[in-house]
Design a protein around this ligand. Structure first.
Ligand code: KG4
Ligand code: ZN
Length: 320
């Protein structure tokens, strides 16, 4: 059998949730039930494999919505049990942290990882599989959450991040002035809740035209990018590595990518991004983390059908 990514399939539930302006947990898990087996067939078909060719099966065990996790975990554990192969429960954030290693140009350990998703904003030092040191994190909203909430204020619909960033690319930063929260705090923590409130005070009571909205979006994006870039530079310096990797949905943001490439060239470190399709949630990164854990013998032998999901799960508290 070949090595590397042989096949992958993804179904986005964005259209289903868009009507409600956000994720509806019960709809999410019910749709998982419908989609999962056809997606597994599709990925296997792409790879030219049968289900019996699988050596192991990785699934996301947490953190996240309990219902959605349960669907993936029960299908994963049941299939592994039926095939008598190991089942490998994976931490969602570990999938993101290792996702840059899926690229042709991959970093080597150690590296600093900026993890920017809808639920997390963290800077980590990654020394190897399972060797993660938290350098700093958000004290309130995650960067993606700030994008989503601000997009809602600007009536851009769901999902907000990509829509806000598209609008920002048509506007000019600097006309509206927004703060750069904690940029000079001297540590590697973040805070994005105040930024969203600052946008709210500019939106409330004002009839903003399309051009105003675009300029406000551009300033918001610039503020988030300025803070993320400044903290990344400090983290790389403080951790004595020359590599930065960016993971998580906000890592798909083009302005953030350009800014980090520029600063890395000036400061002589290297920056690595997963392909945009591996920045947002995907199965390939979970399969990859599973393959790494399997190679190290760190899997759960599948002697029975027991499995557990962890809706709240600290990466550092991983016991598997
Ligand atoms: O990692 P991810 O797909 O899911 C979570 O685990 O949260 O990240 C989703 C987050 C959302 O908040 C979304 O708005 C944001 O990533 N996002 C973006 C962009 N694409 C996705 N934020 C800013 N610019 C983008 N281009
Ligand atoms: Zn994610």
């Amino acid at each position: 059998m070949g090595s590397g990514l042989l096949g992958q399939a993804l179904h986005s539930q964005v259209d289903m949730h868009a009507a409600y302006g956000g994720v509806v947990p019960e709809l999410a898990s019910r749709d998982h039930v419908v989609r999962l087996v056809p997606l597994i067939r599709q990925a296997l078909g792409q790879a030219g494999l049968e289900v019996g060719d699988l050596d192991a099966l990785a699934y996301t065990a947490g953190p996240g919505l309990a219902g959605a996790l349960l669907v993936g975990a029960s299908v994963g554990a049941a299939l592994a049990f039926a095939l008598n192969i190991p089942a490998v429960p994976i931490h969602h954030l570990e999938g993101h942290l290792l996702s840059p290693l899926l690229s042709a140009r991959a970093p080597s350990f150690p590296y600093v990882a900026l993890l920017v998703s809808g639920g997390h904003t963290q800077l980590m030092r990654v020394d190897g599989l399972g060797r993660y040191t938290l350098l700093g994190e958000t004290l309130d909203d995650a960067a993606g959450e700030a994008f989503d909430k601000t997009a809602k204020l600007l009536e851009l619909g769901y999902p907000g991040g990509p829509a806000l960033s598209r609008l920002a690319d048509t506007g000019t930063a600097g006309r509206f002035k927004l703060p750069r929260p904690m940029i000079g705090s001297g540590d590697l923590d973040f805070s994005f809740a105040g930024l969203k409130t600052a946008v709210l005070t500019r939106v409330r009571g004002h009839a903003l035209g399309e051009a105003d909205k675009a300029d406000l979006a551009a300033e918001f994006q610039q503020a988030v990018v300025d803070v993320l870039v400044a903290k990344c530079v400090s983290a790389v310096r403080a951790s004595d590595t020359r590599s930065l990797v960016v993971a998580g949905g906000v890592g798909a943001n083009r302005h953030l990518r350009r800014s980090l490439v520029d600063v890395a060239a000036r400061q002589c470190f290297e920056v690595f991004f997963p392909e945009p399709e591996f920045c947002t949630d995907n199965g390939a990164m979970i399969a990859f983390a599973g393959a790494c854990r399997l190679a190290q013998g760190r899997y759960v032998a599948n002697a029975n059908l027991e499995f557990a999901v962890h809706p709240r799960w600290d990466l550092h508290a991983m016991t598997i």
